[in-house]
Design a protein around this ligand. Structure first.
Ligand SMILES: Nc1nc2c(ncn2[C@@H]2O[C@H](COP(=O)(O)OP(=O)(O)O)[C@@H](O)[C@H]2O)c(=O)[nH]1
Ligand SMILES: [Mg+2]
Length: 635
């Protein structure tokens, strides 16, 4: 467990931590010389049961607010320290506002330098504090102490230990469900040991020997040894200070302050982040801002999507650089000059769409996400709106890699790694039926369309596997059929009219006699048919599976295709490959037709053409398997 300090410069934060733990957290010579905290300082307090509490001492000076933000980024517990002589000062309010924006759980107010004032002054400062505390921390305990005389320190010590007692078990329970994530705040090398990174565990746990990912590095690193809460340990848990000695970092780019260390392989970090902006000061659409999370920060612009109330808005952050974050992270937003804190963004979506960002559906979806307080309600909302890649959801929520997401709701299915809710599935089925029937109306002469075409018609918003499953479900319900890879309504069948039947018989006879592939112009000329008739008729015959086009407007009887495929297969079986010239002399249809046929088989997946070579080998011998008809032709 970690307790952070907060409060105005010189109000006695570092002295209080020293009085509580015996450690002076100002370790830099410059800090000692100037009597002022510049970097984050750490001190530890031993509890019973071999547990330990860490204090993070932050700088109070407004110049070092970035350091303060890094120190408190995942703070759940804080000491707000106010000197009795000064009372509430600017950074007292600003630090408190930041802690509240970060969703602080417990606050202890400490009025220090008691030795410098009389009791009337103490009462006056208490009154200032009451004015300052918002409703969610209104009942926070207030301790009056003096680091100089030691007054009240023992009582404060007891109160802190009491709080820790109730919190530590809860934190280690929370660790079990989540995946390990840590924000790196320092990187250094230790002679003989190698690279050491320090930081705060934001979620999950880590053990010696584990492999972890560093955002920005392509390879995983391994934890050789670890320190947790300032001493050697085998494991570390949520809300602990850790130092990890890692191996495998000798890559082009080393580990840097601000990187994340995660158990899950990271997804590409977003540049655009959607969320709910809780503001403490007004902001303007497209205002330039500074954003902070953990130890990383960048500049960004705020795109207003919708104002929800005076101090709440749905917004989109357009960051200048990619910015690692996951859902429910709280990103602190300050004005461009980094003078004031505007508020915090609670992340709702790390992969927002490019288009329709203010459409009513999108805004209502974001509002549902904002309200969904549990993992299962968030999963339900997301899977009802789109197909959610399981690995993306696991990353965005930092769940353990083998989490059973289907157990979160009965109405969610896993389709080839995508999570789809029943609601969405029904919507997809309905959409498919509409698209197919519209297609029939527009092209009544065609049997149907391929699933890939349907996917394009839905603007690629659904993965192929999901569409296939929806088609399968619809066929089980007799609402769609699939014939030779073409999806169509069951009642839509391609039947030849009497005229067409006669024309087909005529054409077939001619094709059988001619043997090889034929152009539509040949077919028209030799059968005394108009080209305008032959073209559409051939396309219909293709859909019926009677003939196939080896290239545009050049057709061959389907049974002949099986025959040629067997010729190719046999040749490759005995000689290991087939040469264009050999095929040409075997089928005797001319070089051009031979090449067109061979290329047709390449496209169909039967053969591979060897690179820069006029020979081919088998790719998938299971297609164009001999039909009886082909056997007939062979004899
Ligand atoms: N008289 C008195 N002085 C204190 C007390 N606590 C801290 N100080 C002094 O106040 C100054 C600032 O203290 P420091 O802990 O560095 O403040 P920080 O900037 O909030 O960390 C130092 O000179 C301390 O000696 C206290 O309880 N009583
Ligand atoms: Mg200090």
């Amino acid at each position: 467990m970690i307790i952070v300090t907060a409060g105005h410069v010189d109000h006695g934060k570092t002295s209080l931590i020293e009085a509580l733990t015996g450690t002076n957290a100002d370790r830099l010579p410059e800090e000692k010389q100037r009597g002022m905290t510049i970097e984050l300082g750490y001190a530890f307090m031993d509890l019973s049961d071999n547990q330990r509490l860490a204090f993070v001492d932050v700088p109070g000076h407004s110049k070092f607010i970035n350091t303060m933000l890094a120190g408190v980024s995942c703070a759940k517990h804080a000491l707000l320290i106010i000197a009795c002589d000064d009372g509430v000062m600017p950074q007292t309010s600003e630090h408190l506002a930041i802690l509240q924006l970060l969703n602080l759980e417990h606050l202890i107010v400490v009025l220090t330098k008691q030795d410098k004032v009389d009791s009337a002054r103490i009462e006056a400062v208490k009154e200032e504090v009451n004015q300052l505390l918002s409703h969610n921390h209104r009942n926070s305990p207030i301790h009056v102490v003096s680091a100089q005389t030691g007054l009240g320190i023992a009582e404060l010590n007891q109160a802190i230990k009491q709080l820790a007692k109730t919190q530590i078990d809860e934190l280690s329970r929370a660790s079990e469900q989540a995946s390990f994530r840590m924000a790196i705040d320092r990187v250094f090398t230790v002679k003989g040991a190698g690279v050491v990174v320090t930081g705060t565990v934001i979620s999950g746990q880590v053990s010696q020997g584990e492999s972890l990912y560093v955002s920005g590095l392509s390879k995983a690193v391994k934890v050789r040894t670890l320190h947790s809460q300032g001493r050697v340990s085998e494991h570390a848990y949520t809300c602990q200070r850790v130092a990890l000695n890692v191996t495998g970092t000798n890559q082009h780019r080393g580990i840097q302050r601000g990187d994340w260390l995660t158990a899950l392989a990271p997804l590409a970090p977003p540049k655009v982040i959607c969320g709910v902006f809780e503001t403490c000061l007004p902001f303007k659409h497209w205002q330039s801002v500074q954003v902070h999370l953990g130890n990383s920060h960048t500049t960004a612009r705020i795109g207003l999507l919708e104002m929800l109330s005076d101090n709440q808005a749905l917004v989109e952050l357009q960051c200048e650089q990619v910015f690692s974050c996951v859902e429910q992270d709280r990103i602190i937003i300050r004005d461009a000059a980094a003078k004031t804190t505007l508020g915090a963004l609670r992340v709702l979506d790390i992969a927002p769409p490019n288009r329709g960002k203010r459409s009513p559906q999108r805004l209502s979806y974001l509002k549902t996400l904002k309200e969904s307080g549990t993992l299962s309600s968030s999963l339900l909302a997301q899977t009802a709106a789109h197909c959610v890649l399981k690995s993306t959801f696991i990353w965005a929520n930092q769940l353990s890699a083998n989490s059973d997401l289907l157990s979160l709701s009965e109405s969610i299915h896993d389709v080839d790694g995508y999570l789809v809710s029943e609601v969405l599935n029904e919507q997809i089925e309905q959409q498919l039926l509409t698209l197919v029937s519209e297609y029939h109306q527009a092209s009544p002469e065609l049997l149907g369309l391929t699933i890939n075409r349907l996917q394009r018609m839905t603007h690629g918003q659904y993965p192929l596997a999901v569409l296939m499953r929806a088609c399968d479900n619809l066929s089980l319900k007799n609402r769609l059929n699939s014939t030779r890879g073409l999806v169509h309504l069951p009642q839509h069948n391609l039947a030849l009219s009497n005229d067409e039947l006669l024309q087909w018989q005529q054409i077939k006879q001619y094709m059988l006699t001619a043997g090889g592939p034929l152009w539509t112009s040949d077919l028209a000329q030799h059968n005394n048919l108009n080209l305008d008739v032959v073209g559409p008729l051939c396309r219909k015959l293709v859909q019926l599976g009677y003939i196939s086009a080896i290239i545009k407007d050049r057709y061959v009887l389907t049974e002949r295709l099986y025959f040629y495929a067997n010729v190719i297969r046999d040749q490759i079986k005995t000689h290991g490959e087939i040469k264009t010239a050999d095929f040409n002399s075997m089928i005797q249809l001319g070089r051009k037709a031979s090449i067109q046929l061979l290329e047709f088989y390449d496209r169909s997946g039967l053969t591979w053409r060897k690179k820069k070579d006029n020979s081919r080998v088998i790719r998938d011998s299971s297609i164009f398997i001999t039909s009886d008809l082909a056997e007939e032709h062979r004899s």
